[in-house]
Design a protein around this ligand. Structure first.
Ligand code: NAD
Length: 447
């Protein structure tokens, strides 16, 4: 029996529907994270040079909070929701129940290889599904721990972790699944969606894009710079919601640049290469891609990188031309273009002209500016006066819009993504009004 057939058999037996089973899987993931913390931390260090502090806050601890939060609220989320029933269908009752979809396929991405594999898995199992997880081959150490160690904590008849590259992904996509959850770039996202269409399989696509940062003159520049620097250079800029470029009011550009340089110095010291808190570029292909993006642009600090270590320092790029690759493609690395704009309307127009981003950040305390931004910019998530922190709120759905993706997860939204919201209406046999039955006549149709 193939792995997928095994998962299908398990699902059809109904074991994954019980609350006990769901809780035991969530407990398994919790134990995996607590018992394997050191192993996971070492794998994340090997893949991306993540410090143990960063590995904990953005991956292991983050996912632990996710699974604990899910355990705490799952019963409430799964309660059928009663809704009212119109007069014509009374006596009767109506409710909406959450039904597991079946066997789901999850593709993880490499930049947060633990979190982006386990968060969707937590939601899928909490919703009562069987799952096949394929972590990204670009982060091989974490992928190996997930494949070798995680299954020992879970029901191996219901969860399969399969390592592999694009060829394995291509083979998987030929099979029929009940949902496909993909995290990664839009090129592969389109491949996934095309393949899914063959089986009419619904998809969630967690993609990327160029997430802009607007900086108005009405903000605290020092705090703004520190918050941008934190969100940008975490994981050496390899974060799907990292600030991609900054549009700053020309009158405060110089001050912002000075404070960004201060922030870099205070976070990573004079030599970021020696900082234990600064990560590495995942592989040579991405390192070369980033060097290509840097090209001949003016770097405000200085060009600082070391190919042997795949180290690339935080770099500020001064006003690159709009048509340059740096301003057209998602950067996904430690280069930060700083572009001066004359006013907020110009900045909004620039963002509207580009594809809808996964996140948009705006630093302003001016309420009318906040309102204009909220009304005129469409993006996955909008965050005022900070970066990334919205990820810490499981009450907020996470996902893109337009080119940055479709569908959402985190907390209850994840459980909904992996469930069919099944309406159930129950009638009684009394009061069988004859008006609706043929043969019709004028009298019947006049009610
Ligand atoms: P990746 O290389 O890790 O690929 C993702 C998955 O697609 C992997 O499992 C991989 O094996 C599979 N894959 C690769 N080529 C394939 C093919 N030809 N056919 C089928 N499957 C294939 O991911 P990536 O694209 O390098 O990731 C970076 C992108 O992901 C960025 O754009 C980033 O913004 C985005 N991202 C989005 C989120 C989010 O939550 N929205 C999170 C992280 C990354």
């Amino acid at each position: 029996m193939t792995a997928i057939e095994q998962l299908r058999t398990t699902f059809s037996r109904g074991v994954t529907r019980s609350m006990d089973w769901r809780y035991s899987q969530l407990e398994g993931i919790e134990r995996f994270l607590t018992e394997q913390t050191d192993v996971l931390s070492a794998a994340l260090k090997a893949d991306l040079g993540k410090s143990s502090a960063e590995a904990w806050t953005t991956e292991i601890g983050f996912t632990l909070k996710d699974v604990q939060y899910t355990r705490k609220h799952l019963r409430k989320w799964l309660k059928p929701r009663k809704v009212s029933t119109p007069l014509v269908a009374r006596p009767g009752r109506s409710k909406i129940t959450l039904e597991p979809l079946g066997v789901v396929l999850i593709f993880g991405a490499w930049n947060y290889p633990l979190q982006l594999s386990l968060s969707p898995l937590i939601a899928a199992l909490a919703a009562g599904n069987c799952a096949l997880l394929k972590p990204s081959e670009v982060s091989p150490a974490t992928s190996k721990v997930l494949a070798d160690v995680l299954p020992g904590y879970l029901d191996s008849n219901a969860v399969e972790v399969l390592e592999g590259d694009a060829d394995v992904a291509t083979e998987l996509l030929k099979q029929r699944f009940d949902h496909i959850f993909y995290t990664g770039g839009s090129t592969v996202g389109k491949i996934v969606m095309r393949a899914a269409a063959e089986h009419l399989t619904p998809v969630t696509l967690e993609l990327g894009g160029k997430s802009p940062v607007l900086v108005s003159r009405y903000c605290d520049i020092k705090t703004t710079a520190r918050r941008i620097a934190w969100g940008k250079w975490l994981n050496a800029g390899q974060t799907c919601i990292a600030p991609d470029y900054v549009l700053v009011d020309a009158s405060v550009k110089e001050q912002l640049v000075a404070e960004l340089l201060n922030a870099i110095q205070s976070f990573y010291g004079d030599e970021p290469q020696r900082s234990k808190d600064y990560g590495r570029i995942v592989n040579d292909r991405h390192f070369n891609r980033l060097l290509g993006l840097l090209d001949e642009h003016d770097v405000i600090n200085h060009k600082d990188y070391d190919r042997r270590e795949r180290f690339m320092a935080p770099m500020l790029v001064d006003d690159p031309p709009a048509h340059s690759a740096l301003m057209q493609e998602e950067i996904f690395g430690p280069l930060l273009p700083i572009c001066a704009v004359d006013n907020l309307d110009r900045a909004i127009a620039k963002i509207q002209h580009a594809s809808k981003p996964l996140a948009c950040y705006a630093f302003t305390r001016d309420k009318s500016e906040q309102q204009r931004i909220e009304q005129h910019i469409s993006c996955g998530t909008l965050c005022f006066n900070d970066t990334l922190v919205f990820m810490l709120n499981p009450e907020l759905p996470f996902g893109g819009v337009g080119n940055s993706g479709m569908g959402r997860y985190h907390g209850e939204y994840g459980v909904h993504t992996f469930s069919h919201q099944k309406p159930v209406m129950t009638r009684r046999f009394i009061l069988d009004v004859a008006l609706r039955y043929p043969p019709f006549n004028k009298q019947k149709l006049s009610w």
